[in-house]
Design a binder for this molecule. Structure first.
Ligand SMILES: Nc1ncnc2c1ncn2[C@@H]1O[C@H](COP(=O)(O)OP(=O)(O)OP(=O)(O)O)[C@@H](O)[C@H]1O
Length: 489
């Protein structure tokens, strides 16, 4: 839109022969159409008004003919502010002979009410000389109402979906609490030492950094830290830092104001605000860009931030728990992670041991996982055969507890009896429980892995595997997690 409305092609200019009364030949036709039509002379005075225009505006022909229509019922904008005639598209067509079109104005009825209009102002030429303008308009109240309700519905859906995502996570954790899923299985010294650390630090406000390989139970530890803290009746809000681009992550963490960027239809709270008085869990924290790291540092230091597109400072009270499967200190040495942020996060580090460091925990983990699986699959599996257990304990579990869960799930689905007979495991056999047959999940996992290997394990960006596979990076990451696709295995 230009200041005066969108200009439209010159070919739409009208050229007529009669002069003084410049539309008489078409009068019958113009009187019959549903659109309102005004004819203006060069002074901007009405010389023609059709019945549809009368019906829409309430102004009678005789009340407007020979008078300046802009002053009569186009004098103000929708918000009531004065609408200078020089800004009006019709006035400008009268002066430069260029056709225009707009849907941004309202016309005022005789009774003082207004309605949104779409109108074109078309110059009228006679013998190549501009003699007036024809304005054709229609009431677009219904169209605008539909647009408004669609926009409102979309905003509501977005707000609800955001709320549901948070509630869902919270409820799942609650449910997990009730079903005992947050219980950390393991009697090994390393796990018992870790549980002691959790209990010690849970009820403080100290920031905790959880580190360990993928699938070891870092999120489980975070949930327990929250559950055992005096913030447990407030939300624990999780953010997977690897799932968002830098710009999206910023609005995800800090929220945004309506119109802060394209697609920001409404004001939205960020995760920091949603986690107020509760716990914010930053998973995969090593994936934060340097820019995001600086912003995070400020929030940790000052517990305050601004929404994207706002200058208002928001204060929050949050307990921060971060997790990473990377060695963060190594990333600091490589210049990929800010040292000051590292020290801010590493206030109380908790290491979650890899499963191969604690094979003695495998029997207890199997009992725990089989109970969960029986509930999930409606089965009555009692356990694993003696030889099966030996085989499980002899394996190195690069995908840790998650890999054990996945393997037990596959064998439970395939098993017809109450005891799972699990053969000797190699990285291949974990994925291949039925000889010669590949499940859909296996084929998917292989394809994802091959693509990642080909692209040097780059996930996001135009040259990343997500783009090649046609998936959002967050979806690819969750598929990798689910299918236990791990680098270097
Ligand atoms: N000690 C444990 N006892 C019972 N279940 C466990 C234990 N450790 C992990 N799990 C289960 O293993 C699965 C993976 O754990 P979780 O998602 O917490 O791992 P993670 O380290 O956060 O993984 P990633 O780094 O890939 O995000 C979960 O279903 C979790 O409940």
């Amino acid at each position: 839109m230009t200041k005066y409305g969108d200009e439209i092609p010159v070919s739409t200019q009208l050229s007529i022969d009669s002069h003084a009364d410049f539309l008489p030949e078409n009068k019958l036709l113009l009187n019959a159409v549903g659109e309102g039509i005004y004819g203006f002379d060069l002074k901007g005075n009405a010389v023609f008004i059709n019945p549809a225009a009368e019906r829409m505006t309430g102004w009678k022909n005789e009340e407007l003919l020979g008078r300046n229509i802009h002053n009569s019922h186009h004098h103000s904008h929708a918000d009531g502010s004065h609408y200078p005639q020089q800004d009006c598209p019709i006035y400008n067509t009268l002066h430069d002979g260029i056709a225009r079109e707009t849907s941004q104005d309202v016309f005022w009825r005789k009774d003082g009410s207004s309605f949104p209009v779409h109108y074109t102002s078309t110059p009228v030429y006679k013998d190549g000389e501009l003699i007036g303008v024809v304005a054709i308009f229609r009431d677009i109240s219904i169209q605008k109402q539909t647009e408004d309700s669609l926009r409102q519905a979309l905003e509501q859906v977005q707000a609800l979906s955001e709320k549901l995502t948070n509630e869902n996570h919270y409820l799942l954790a609650e449910l997990a609490d009730r079903t005992g899923d947050v219980g950390i299985s393991g009697e090994s010294q390393v796990i018992q030492q870790m549980i002691r650390q959790i209990k010690l630090v849970a009820n403080t406000n100290s920031t905790v950094l959880i580190y360990g390989e993928n699938g070891t139970g870092k999120e489980l530890v975070a949930r327990n830290l929250h559950r055992l803290s005096d913030r447990s009746n407030k939300p624990m809000v999780s953010v997977n830092c690897a799932a968002f681009s830098t710009s999206l992550l910023e609005s995800e963490l800090f929220g945004h104001e309506k119109g802060a960027f394209t697609g920001a239809f409404s004001r939205r709270k960020g995760r920091f605000e949603l986690a107020n008085n509760g716990t914010l869990f930053l998973d995969e924290v090593a994936e934060l860009s340097m820019e995001a790291q600086s912003k995070l540092l400020r929030v940790i230091q000052e517990q305050e931030f601004e929404r994207v597109g706002s200058s208002e400072t928001i204060k929050v009270n949050i307990r921060l728990v971060a997790a990473s499967h990377h060695d963060l200190l190594k990333r600091v040495e490589l210049g990929l992670f800010r040292m000051d942020l590292y020290y801010r996060l590493n206030v109380f580090p908790i290491k979650v041991p890899a499963l191969r460091e604690r094979p003695d925990d495998i029997p207890q983990l199997i009992r725990h996982i089989v109970t969960e699986l029986n509930r999930k699959l409606g089965k009555k599996i009692k356990g694993v055969s003696k030889q099966g257990l030996k085989n499980l304990m002899a394996y190195s579990w690069p995908g840790n507890v998650r890999e054990l869960q996945n393997l037990l799930e596959r064998f439970s689905i395939l098993s017809h009896g109450p005891i799972l007979h699990i053969p000797k495991i190699t990285p291949q056999t974990t994925e291949n429980p039925v000889k010669g047959e590949k499940t859909l999940a296996q084929v998917e996992a292989e394809h994802i892995k091959q693509t990642l290997q080909r692209l040097s394990w780059r996930i996001s960006g135009p040259k990343g595997a997500a783009a090649v596979l046609g998936l959002p990076p967050s979806t690819l990451r969750s598929r990798m997690k689910k299918l236990n696709v791990i680098r270097g295995v």
